[in-house]
Design a protein around this ligand. Structure first.
Ligand code: 8YV
Length: 338
């Protein structure tokens, strides 16, 4: 095939940013959000040289089997549990994510959810809109204070650290658990202390989940873990559905085992467990933690930069800035061994 290499963009994004590809590529952008079947994905990818995809595109060996020209899959997200990186690497396909550009927006949003759940903002707004506000009850709508409480963070990557830094303003004691402790300088910057997972569960007044979804982290918070938490605690998940067992969480929230939760992500998105929908002590949102004007644009620009760079264009030519499997570059002779 002659002509420009082809890029498929699986969802509507920001046309003026995608247009940066036009000089070097023939670009096809999907005009609306579609949930593609594996066969449809395989058909879309078959004649592409690059793809910019979102979290609903699950891509592994089967989806790229016929995509012999494909050189990069650029994910519009820092999490990449939708991509089988091992299979893509084995096929010589580069994979990139949108690390770092969304840290601060997601940290802001985690705090919005934490405060919203603590002060029952979602339920109070529903009640007001339903026309129930006839008198201001002095003892009504009581919520929890955050000042001086213990903030627990499970997963202390750069988003977890950004969440911890904000806790200083709330005078909180910050503890965290991670695969390994942070270097002392980072712990100091975050004013955070490493604890083991049982200690984290037992001591947190507010527990925020910011870890990636992997085979090991699936149901990291299930019935046994929820039983170790304080009945007064609040759970916040801005990471991935599947880290929490949604049915077990709903049971804990309904029985008084846990005071409240705030969830931006769910096991079967876009479906939400009906038992969660029936509860007033859980604040729910449709996976929007990174959805600020600036950050969604920055994520799109970073995906574009990765594609341009892989094909030798732009300021990062030859070195896609957030590539997850750089060995494919070495294998393809694109960059010398480090
Ligand atoms: C999504 C996210 O990418 O970055 C991630 O891992 O979960 C989000 O930023 C975003 O919701 C687009 O689907």
């Amino acid at each position: 095939m002659t002509g420009k290499p082809r890029v498929w963009v699986s969802r509507p994004t920001f046309p003026e940013i995608i247009a940066r590809l036009d000089e070097h590529f023939a670009v096809t952008s999907e005009p609306q959000e579609v949930r593609f079947s594996p066969a449809e994905l395989a058909a879309r990818l078959a004649d592409q040289d690059a793809a910019i995809v979102g979290l609903k595109e699950h891509i592994g060996a089967a989806e790229i089997a016929g995509a012999t020209r494909l050189r990069i899959v650029a994910n519009l997200g820092v999490g990449y549990d939708n991509l089988d990186v091992a299979a893509l690497t084995a096929a010589g396909v580069a994979v990139s994510n949108t690390a770092d550009v969304l840290n601060e927006s997601v940290a802001d949003y985690a705090w919005a959810m934490l405060l919203g759940a603590a002060r029952r903002i979602g339920a109070a707004e529903r009640w007001l809109r339903a026309g129930h506000w006839h008198a201001t009850e002095f003892t009504g709508w009581l919520g929890m204070d955050v000042r001086g409480r213990t903030l627990g963070i499970l997963g202390m990557g750069r988003i977890g650290q950004a969440i911890a830094r904000r806790a200083v303003g709330f005078g909180m004691d910050v503890i965290y658990h991670n695969r390994s402790p942070l270097p002392a300088s980072l712990e100091h910057a975050c004013q955070a202390r490493y604890v083991d997972k049982p200690q984290l569960l037992a001591a947190s007044d507010f527990l925020v989940l910011v870890l990636p979804l992997t085979a090991q982290s699936r149901h990291a918070i299930g019935a046994p873990e929820l039983a170790q938490m304080k009945p007064t605690a609040v759970l916040v998940n801005v990471a991935r559905g599947g880290i929490v067992d949604d049915a077990a969480l709903a049971a804990a929230l309904a029985s008084g085992g846990l005071a409240a939760a705030a969830l931006d992500v769910f096991e079967r998105e876009p479906q939400v467990h009906p038992a969660l929908l029936a509860l007033d002590n859980v604040l729910l949102s449709p996976h929007i933690a990174s959805a600020s004007h600036a950050t969604r644009r920055a994520m799109t620009a970073l995906a574009v930069d990765n594609v341009l760079a892989l094909f030798g264009h732009g300021p990062h030519a030859g070195r896609p800035p957030t590539i997850l499997n750089p060995t494919v570059l070495v294998a393809a002779g694109a960059v010398p061994h480090p």
